[in-house]
Design a protein around this ligand. Structure first.
Ligand code: ADP
Ligand code: MG
Length: 755
């Protein structure tokens, strides 16, 4: 069945050519028990490797059942090995982490045997080699003789016509060696058994053919008549001579030759768990990979989220994202009916009637403390009083401390209560006193950007408003028909309130006199025109008096002539009317920032023009920054992938022996790949489930680890789904890279590396 014609095999090593075998002619048949002997280096192993398709040859022709093989490539050699050759090695080459049963079963699974048959056949073969009682024992726990029996059982399970054994007794004591020899002899009844040994004595009694190698050539080839012997008393021997043949035929029918998906899954899962330290290491690698990918995903989302929240707008420094600025479409001012209507809209939390104040601040400062707070009307307070009392008269204020306020922390609020601050009333150094009589605690805002506020009586708030509009309006004073523009920061003709001036009257500076022919403005009418983005207003005043440096204090009650020289004083009432006529712009606060667009729509339908501040943010993080976030995250994930790959390869490297065995048994690359897929996916899935469990424990408060809380803060069920898919893809890629690595070398290389 095997014929070698003039076959030579050379080894190339560092430019040197050594001859393994040269010009070997040989014909071997079924039923023979061939023993190849010869001194070390004579080419015995080379001859055996060529015959068993583990190595190629360079010259001559080898015929298998009359078929030429010299043109065989690795793939054809593999299928030849699978179909014809059962191997037994000196070093046994068993899977140490598998049981005896699993080692034999492995071959049958690779050959695509049906499940029921696998069980039955494995038992039969183990019986035959006398290893039934040890079926469940791990191979690493067996003696050398027992291991070699398992190796022979495995070779038998392949149901091949040829069994090759290279120094099968080389690692065995003489007792075990004898049993192995008998076993090999016994199976040679219906197979071709080729044994390489340098210890001819052990085999001399059983060989039917003795080939002596010398210097790569066949020096002697002697056929010995088979001595009839009964082995029925030997361990495990239960079959008569006819039975094995039937069995082989039956076995051939039972083995499809194609490994089933179920077998790949079974082996993959078995391999995932069978070496505990390896399993744990892989679990750690996958946990690392999961954590890394999640942390990239989270930080990417976090940055996106931040950049959508972070933003500036020069018109609205008080940028809470729950704030909507509204005006009426018809240009009219807000009244009580508007307030009620707006409050009834879904998601509206509160209204700040004087919107413009929200973007200003009152600077509370003394020797010790200094805070910026937003002025509000005491009527709009919606936080509970926590200390002190509500303001009752002008000059009394309440501070609502926001939980988001960095500057104003809890301990400072104690110092605030009862303190009086002096604040600027105008640009000329006029100071007014505000006494803190109450403290309220404002909850953290949804968006984490709440400001602390100072709540005042309406009277005091009006003063702030008047000041604010004053500072942001074009003011023109018309004297004797001539317009005088008031420049900001310049006292000339600016309008200041003065309690000593009666309604409708004005006290003017001496320069005013020059506008009139009689050089006297007293008793004349002057007019003030105010215009700003919200409104225009006008008022006329009768000049009651002209002040000079001498009578300044008497007329105005002030002593800051140097500062205010040139100002026109009017009554407070008139000043309020001029600068705080009506309110045209308000702010609506919402409960849910997520639903702000619905609220916007509802308000628009009611006839308001609506501006949610989130829509007018100028992002702080630039588009360029946002554009590089994703690629950076992807690059980091790829880097994580390669780190994991190198670690997994290191872990898997300890298993090159195992993969060498699979190839020797004839498992093809695709099947190995699928099996490794399953193995990696199994470990990955366990890591993933553990990750989910930890995430769930953190979410439901069973564990309190800040890192985990931060890590998963953006994870949603869909996010976990995506994470699993990413991990699945990574596992398959890892397995692909790894399998490609195994199959890069030829079987012999893999095997040699092992040895
Ligand atoms: P044996 O099994 O009889 O000891 P081998 O078949 O292993 O002999 O070796 C035959 C010859 O081939 C020897 O000269 C040996 O040095 C050479 N040889 C065997 N394997 C290799 C190899 N992988 N690379 C180079 N030379 C080799
Ligand atoms: Mg050898």
């Amino acid at each position: 069945m095997i014929e070698l014609r003039n076959v030579s095999k050379f080894y190339y090593k560092k430019g040197m050519i050594t001859s393994g075998i040269s010009k070997v002619d040989l014909k071997l048949d079924k039923g023979e028990f061939v023993v190849i002997t010869g001194e070390s280096g004579s080419g015995k192993s080379t001859l055996l490797n060529v015959i068993s398709g583990m190595d190629s040859y360079e010259e001559g022709e080898m015929l298998i059942d009359g078929r030429q093989t010299s043109h065989f490539m690795e793939k054809e050699l593999a299928s030849y090995r699978k179909k014809y050759i059962g191997n037994v090695f000196q070093e046994f080459n068993l899977v140490g982490s598998y049981t005896v049963y699993q080692n034999v079963e492995l071959v049958l699974l690779i050959n695509g045997a049906k499940r029921s048959f696998v069980k039955q056949r494995t038992r039969e073969i183990l019986e035959k080699v006398g290893m039934s009682e040890h079926a469940g024992t791990k191979v690493s726990k067996l003696s050398g003789g027992q291991m070699q029996r398992v190796a022979i059982a495995r070779a038998l399970a392949k149901e091949t016509d040829i069994i090759v054994a290279d120094e099968p007794t080389g690692n065995l004591d003489s007792g075990s060696a004898e049993e192995i020899v008998k076993l090999l002899r016994e199976i040679s009844e219906d197979k071709l058994v080729i044994v390489v040994t340098h210890n001819f004595e052990q085999f001399s009694e059983h060989a039917t053919r003795i080939i002596k190698m010398h210097d790569g050539r066949i020096a002697e080839d002697i056929k010995v008549a088979r001595r009839e012997r009964s082995y029925s008393s030997e361990p495990g021997q239960t079959e008569t001579q006819e039975e094995p043949k039937k069995k082989i035929r039956r076995a051939g029918r039972q083995q499809t030759g194609k490994m089933s998906v179920a077998s790949k899954i079974r082996l993959g899962i078995r391999n995932a768990f069978n070496v505990a330290p390896k399993f744990l290491l892989m679990l750690i690698v996958f946990t690392f990979l999961l954590t890394g990918v999640t942390s990239q995903y989270t930080s990417y989302l976090a940055q996106k989220d931040e950049s959508s929240k972070l933003g500036v707008n020069t018109y609205f420094p008080n940028l809470s994202l729950d704030r909507i600025v509204i005006k009426k479409n018809d240009g009219s001012s807000f009244d009580g009916a508007d307030k009620d209507a707006i409050m009834s809209v879904h998601n509206v939390k509160s209204i700040a009637e004087y919107d413009v104040l929200l973007d200003t601040s009152v600077f509370l400062e003394d020797d010790e403390l200094s805070y910026d707070v937003v002025p509000r009307s005491i009527d709009e307070l919606d936080a509970a009083l926590s200390k002190g009392k509500m303001p009752e008269t002008s000059g009394e204020v309440l501070i609502a401390v926001s939980a988001d306020d960095m500057a104003l922390s809890g301990e400072d609020t104690d110092k605030l209560l009862g303190r009086t601050f002096e604040v600027d009333a105008d640009q000329f150094g006029t100071r007014e006193k505000l006494k803190v009589v109450g403290i309220a605690d404002k909850k953290a805002s949804v968006t984490g950007d709440g400001h602390s506020e100072v709540y005042m009586m309406q009277e005091d708030l009006d003063k702030s408003l008047a000041r604010l509009y004053h500072d942001n309006s074009d003011i023109t004073v018309v004297i004797a028909g001539r317009e005088q523009k008031v420049e900001i920061g310049d006292a000339a003709y600016d309008l200041l309130p003065c309690d000593k001036v009666a309604k409708g009257e004005a006290i003017v500076p001496p320069e005013t006199n020059g506008f009139y022919d009689d050089n006297n403005s007293k008793g004349k009418q002057i007019r003030a025109d105010i215009s700003n983005v919200y409104y225009k207003s006008s008022a006329s005043f009768k000049v009651k008096d002209v002040y000079t440096e001498k009578n300044y204090q008497k007329l105005t009650g002030r002593d800051d002539f140097e500062m205010t020289n040139g100002v026109i004083f009017i009554s407070r009432e008139d000043q309020q009317k001029l600068f705080v006529p009506d309110n045209y712009q308000a702010t609506v606060y919402v409960d849910e920032t997520g639903a702000i667009d619905d609220t916007k729509k509802a308000l628009e339908e009611m006839g308001y023009s609506v501006l949610p501040l989130k829509d007018v943010l100028i992002p702080i993080i630039s588009d360029v920054m946002q554009m590089i976030q994703l690629p950076v995250a992807i690059v980091i994930v790829i880097a994580l992938f390669f780190i994991s790959y190198f670690v997994i390869r290191l872990i898997m490297r300890s298993r090159t022996g195992y993969f060498g065995i699979l190839r020797m048994l004839g498992m093809d690359k695709r099947s190995v790949k699928r099996m490794v897929d399953i193995e990696l996916i199994t470990v990955m899935t366990i890591a993933f489930l553990l990750f989910l469990a930890v995430a769930a424990a953190a979410t439901f408060g069973y564990i309190h680890v800040e890192y985990i809380r931060q890590l998963i803060r953006f994870m949603t069920p869909a996010g976990y789904g995506v994470l699993y898919v990413i991990m699945l893809i990574m596992s398959i890629l890892l397995s692909g890279k790894f399998t490609a690595g195994i199959f890069k070398d030829s079987v012999m290389d893999t095997y040699r590396e092992e040895v």
